[in-house]
Design a protein around this ligand. Structure first.
Ligand code: FES
Length: 107
């Protein structure tokens, strides 16, 4: 894992999320009650951009077919509402804050 600067903490408002592209990889960064969570940003079902979905406390809902993930653990909580394709858990990344800088441990 490589500690990588991904964003400024001030860019991720309380209980909001953003998506960033780092070295060709999309990372979702969520601010859950003041704690920053980093997770793979692309839905495992059919590639939805999760940061464009809805964040409900620690649950992100995919804007395409509604799969839901826990942004703290990457666990798939609810699969897609369409009858085709499967979704699965996503990787999460340890986040650290230094001043206003956010870092993620990326593979
Ligand atoms: S692409 Fe995310 S639920 Fe289908």
């Amino acid at each position: 894992m490589v500690k990588t600067k991904v964003a400024k903490a001030s860019e991720v408002g309380l209980n909001k999320m953003i998506g960033v592209q780092i070295n060709g990889k999309y990372v979702l960064i969520a601010n859950v009650n003041g704690k920053y969570c980093g997770m793979e940003g692309i839905c495992s079902h059919m590639g939805g951009h999760l940061w464009e979905g809805k964040l409900m406390e620690f649950v992100v809902k995919c804007p395409r077919h509604g799969s839901e993930y826990d942004v703290r653990t990457g666990k798939l909580l609810k699969g897609p509402w369409v009858p085709f394709g499967k979704a699965h858990d996503l990787p999460v990344y340890i986040m650290t804050v230094e001043g206003d800088e956010l870092f993620a441990d990326l593979p």
